[in-house]
Design a protein around this ligand. Structure first.
Ligand code: PLP
Length: 279
């Protein structure tokens, strides 16, 4: 029996809701086999990140090489990368192993406000990894940080048109495709800024592949259980691409997976709990 293999290079979330722990559950839910290379460990719960231990970059290199020399990977998914040195190692090893598909979730700051990638490493991520990336999945703040680092003019998008412009600018930084996530900019049904984001407004994610923009609309869900949604979305895309879906189908199915995951989430802890990965 054969199985699709996804190598996840990311950080561990000790609360289980985001990071490698979520990635592995999402991949299992999609019938994929997950290998891991751990870039950092967090001491974390549903209230926030208490501390981070950065794994030495040379040890990350050993984990990636061990996995790719033996089991191999159909897709590599990148999450929290922890340091500029680790980003260099990842770029070197993925090029050496000629990994065919790379999904990059440019994790920078957690929803609770902790810096998960040092500011000085943004340049490394932009210059070394974006050109290797098949699909980049930034939210609006991450997209703006990447553009600012590139010295490009940036202004916060106010409506759908602004988001499409932002997605195009990010795509010109090197990735083959960009999925700009609209969770930070709830829109009305006619795609204007929603003054009162509550149930009934829309979240619009935009996939831009260098020529065409495709929109994915979901209901804006009011829930405290959204921890790890970014990790889960990128892992679901990785699983879908590994299973042979084309980009649009891979994204559509992943967006739906996360939407249902939020709707059926279980309350755990005192803060922002995880989504449901098995539904
Ligand atoms: N911790 C780790 C290890 C992560 O990789 C991430 C996100 O990618 C987070 C925490 C942040 O998750 P959230 O912003 O959903 O709270």
């Amino acid at each position: 029996m054969s199985v699709k293999r996804v190598l996840v290079i990311a950080g561990s979330d000790s609360s289980g809701g985001a990071g490698l722990e979520a990635d592995q559950r999402v991949l299992a839910a999609h019938g994929c086999y997950a290998l891991t290379a751990t870039t950092g460990l967090t001491a974390q719960n549903t209230l926030g990140v208490q501390d981070i231990f950065v794994v030495p970059s040379e040890f990350v290199r050993k984990q990636i090489n061990a996995g790719l020399e033996d089991v191999g990977a159909d897709v590599v998914k990148l999450g929290m990368l922890s340091s500029a040195e680790t980003i260099d190692v990842i770029a070197e090893t993925l090029q050496a192993h000629k990994v065919p598909v790379i999904v990059l979730d440019p994790v920078m700051v957690s929803t609770s406000g902790s810096q998960l990638l040092p500011e000085k490493a943004v340049k490394e991520l932009r210059t070394k990894l974006l050109p290797l990336t098949t699909i980049l999945t930034p939210n609006i703040p991450e997209a703006l940080l990447l553009l600012k680092d590139a010295g490009a003019e940036t202004s916060e998008p106010k409506d759908l048109e602004g988001m499409v412009e932002l997605a195009k600018k990010i795509c010109s930084l090197g990735p083959k495709a960009v999925l700009l996530k609209g969770g930070h900019l709830p829109l009305t049904k006619d795609h204007k800024t929603s003054q009162d984001p509550k149930e009934g407004t829309l979240v619009v994610d935009i996939l831009f592949d260098g020529t065409t923009a495709t929109l994915f609309e979901t209901e804006f869900l009011v829930s405290k259980n959204t921890h790890g949604t970014g990790c889960s979305l990128a892992s679901a895309i990785a699983a879908n691409l590994a299973s042979g879906k084309d980009m649009i189908r891979a994204v559509r199915s992943a967006v739906r997976f996360v939407e249902v995951g939020i709707k059926t989430s279980i309350d755990l802890g005192k803060g922002s709990g995880p989504i449901n990965h098995f539904h």
